[in-house]
Structures are given as structure tokens and as C-alpha cells.
Write a protein that binds this ligand. Structure first.
Ligand SMILES: Cc1cc2nc3c(=O)[nH]c(=O)nc-3n(C[C@H](O)[C@H](O)[C@H](O)COP(=O)(O)O)c2cc1C
Length: 219
């Protein structure tokens, strides 16, 4: 056993110098800004899973919790992901719909942080997306009571077999506890790494009149 395990990372240091983020190059609507950055991330061969995002919820235990999910759609209304409504995150959102999403694309030296309110998508919209998923993923949604404590891997494999049998040669419907959330943003912050830690940060905040206010933040 290693005693006093310690690894010093104080020399890990990276200079950021790929791009700049200046007010005059930013649109009035942050979703358009998001679209531009997202398209650059998705077109960059070195960015894997550009749509992977971190979501933080305030848990029932009072702790914030982050985990990755996949962004599946964005519109002027907001950002959509899919999950199990009974999962730890689903229960957290039921109690407190305030949520924070973040993206980090190291290759572009960019981070985006979005605060907003999560709401369940309509049953119809969730059905539509569920239908588009491969059968394996559909069965996975049935087999996994997401975030529940389970006895073993074998148990999980058995659950999958059970639902494979149940839906053999049948349409696999969407489990009622599985679906999408739309996150309606109230604040979107764009971060561009710059040399000497003098990074650019532009934050948009939604105003009462539904216009967005743009502000520069100190790095
Ligand atoms: C790259 C990546 C993408 C993921 N995408 C999803 C997703 O779209 N939906 C989902 O429910 N879980 C997704 N997961 C798993 C979640 O991170 C998490 O383990 C799961 O949702 C349970 O979280 P919870 O117990 O906090 O609710 C993904 C994990 C990774 C690493």
C-alpha cells in the first residue's frame, strides 16, 4: 500500500492563444453565439463528442452534483437532453429545476456555462426521439432503473434479457419514466482562453423584457 500518496501538479500549465472573444464579434442572441461555437467544435476533427456536456443539479442531499449527458437538440427556446426521470438527476430536478450546463472544448480553448430552468418535454416529443433510437438503447432504458443500487452486473444482464424476451418481435415503447428535458437558459457565459490568464469572458443574462444583456467579466 502507498502511504502519503501525493502528486504535485503545480507545474501543469498551458498557455491559451488560439483565439479572442471581442464584443463586436458577438451577436445579440447567445443561442446564435452558441450555434457558431458548437459548429466549430463539431467540425474540428480533434473534438470528440462535441455534444457531451456536464450538467449540475442541486441534489436532495443539498450537494451539487455534476455528470455528463449528451445534448440532443438546441433551439432559440433552449437545450434538450434525455434521461431517466427517476434517476438521481431527475429527482433533483423535480425538487429544484435550477440547473447548470457546461461544455469544455480543450482543442478550441473554449468553455460555455449555461444556467437555466429544466422542464420535461412533452410526451410526444420524448416519444419521437425515443423511436429514433436503436433497439439496444431502447431496451437499455427498460433494463436500467437508473441510479438505483443493484446487486451485481449479472442482475443488470438478466434485466436486459428479460426485456429482450418481453419485446421480442414487438415495438419497444418508451418507458414512462424516460424522456427529455428542455433547459430554458437565463444566463450563458462564453469563455475563451487567452495568454497570461487574461481570458475573455462574455456573459449574456436574460432580462425581464426577454432581451439579453451582454457583459464582460474579469477572468
Ligand atoms: C459522455 C457521456 C454521455 C452521457 N450521456 C448521458 C445521457 O444523455 N443521458 C443520461 O441519462 N446519462 C448519460 N450519461 C451517464 C451519466 O453521466 C450518469 O452516469 C447517469 O445519467 C446517472 O446520473 P445520476 O445518477 O446523477 O442521475 C453519459 C455519460 C457520459 C460519460
Amino acid at each position: 500500500m502507498i502511504k502519503n500518496m501525493e502528486k504535485d501538479l503545480s507545474n501543469y500549465r498551458k498557455q491559451y492563444d488560439k483565439d479572442a472573444l471581442l464584443e463586436e464579434n458577438t451577436p445579440e442572441n447567445p443561442i446564435e453565439m452558441f450555434r457558431d461555437w458548437f459548429m466549430q467544435a463539431e467540425n474540428d476533427d480533434t473534438v470528440h463528442e462535441a455534444n457531451a456536456m456536464n450538467i449540475a443539479t442541486i441534489g436532495l442531499d443539498g450537494f451539487p452534483k455534476n455528470r455528463m449527458v449528451l445534448l440532443k437538440k438546441f433551439t432559440y427556446e433552449g437545450f434538450i437532453f434525455y434521461t431517466n426521470y427517476q434517476s438521481e438527476k431527475g429527482r433533483a430536478i423535480t425538487a429544484n429545476s435550477n440547473i447548470c450546463l457546461s461544455f469544455f472544448w480543450p482543442a478550441l480553448e473554449r468553455q460555455i456555462i449555461i444556467k437555466g430552468h429544466a422542464e420535461k418535454l412533452s410526451e410526444n416529443s420524448s416519444d419521437g426521439y425515443f423511436e429514433s433510437r436503436p433497439d439496444g438503447s431502447k431496451l437499455g432504458a427498460w433494463a436500467s432503473e437508473q441510479s438505483a443500487v443493484i446487486p451485481s452486473r449479472t442482475f443488470l444482464d438478466k434485466q436486459l434479457k428479460k426485456f429482450e424476451e418481453k419485446f421480442k418481435n414487438k415495438e419497444i415503447p418508451r418507458p414512462k419514466n424516460w424522456g427529455g428535458y428542455l433547459v430554458r437558459p437565463v444566463s450563458i457565459e462564453f469563455w475563451q482562453g487567452r495568454p497570461n490568464r487574461m481570458h475573455d469572458r462574455i456573459r449574456y443574462r436574460l432580462q425581464k423584457d426577454y432581451n439579453w444583456k451582454k457583459e464582460r467579466l474579469a477572468p
